[in-house]
Design a protein around this ligand. Structure first.
Ligand SMILES: Cc1cc2nc3c(=O)[nH]c(=O)nc-3n(C[C@H](O)[C@H](O)[C@H](O)COP(=O)(O)O)c2cc1C
Length: 204
């Protein structure tokens, strides 16, 4: 039996405690870059109606607001996709804890003043990504064309790239929990209903 399984008694057969686990693990993902849930897969609906999925860093998990936050470049295809169709899903898996969390809801996009607090909290290395003259996915003749500048040419303006920065807030409507255990897997679904999460067990 793994350490995770020895430690699971407090939530294994308890829906409320399972929901606590969801938020605890998402918050840990935000706070600890070594956590398996520091990154998640974000799915959107492509402009052609087909699914699109990519890895993103989880930047915020607010249980009270039932909201997740991620950052992206507003020039990226996903931004246009979510602007056109805000339905999104994220999926994260922790192989040590043997937990998968899927959460779906509606994305709200914030730029300029709406993204100011997140931009202010973003460090120098995080800001560099937004300085590229080419938006994500733009075709390049020279693959090195977007490499960060160095030496005398280095950008000194800490706010460079600010106009490309955007924040995606996802307000959750459904959460799916899957916990793999040798003594029996546990799966639960939680729906936001009449101002509260309503949970039930599901067949894994
Ligand atoms: C570990 C990892 C973390 C990433 N984090 C982000 C992120 O937080 N935000 C983001 O927009 N892209 C992030 N990316 C890049 C995306 O996966 C994707 O390649 C890029 O955003 C373009 O996506 P799009 O063409 O669907 O818009 C990350 C990629 C990896 C591998």
């Amino acid at each position: 039996m793994t350490d995770a399984q020895l430690d699971d008694d407090h939530f294994y057969n308890d829906l409320d405690a399972t929901l606590d686990q969801v938020w605890k693990r998402l918050r840990r993902g935000v706070a600890d870059r070594r956590s398996a849930m520091h990154t998640a897969q974000l799915a959107s609906i492509g402009l052609d109606g087909a699914p699109r999925v990519r890895t993103v860093v989880l930047r915020g998990a607010d249980r009270g607001a039932r909201r997740l936050r991620v950052h992206t470049d507003r020039r990226s295809p996903k931004f246009a996709e979510m602007a056109a169709q805000p339905r999104v899903e994220v999926c994260a898996y922790d192989p040590r804890g043997k937990v998968q969390i899927r959460a779906r809801g509606a994305a709200e996009l914030a730029v300029a003043a709406g993204a100011e607090a997140a931009w202010s909290a973003t460090g120098r290395s995080g800001r560099v990504c937004y300085r590229s003259p080419a938006g994500p996915g733009m075709p390049l003749d020279d693959p090195a064309w977007t490499d960060p500048q160095s030496g005398a040419d280095a950008v000194t303006d800490a706010d460079a790239g600010r106009e490309h920065f955007s924040v995606v807030f996802m307000t959750l409507e459904h959460i799916d929990w899957l916990y793999l255990a040798a003594r029996g897997h546990r799966r639960a679904g939680f729906d936001w209903h009449d101002g509260r999460w309503v949970g039930r067990w599901l067949a894994p």
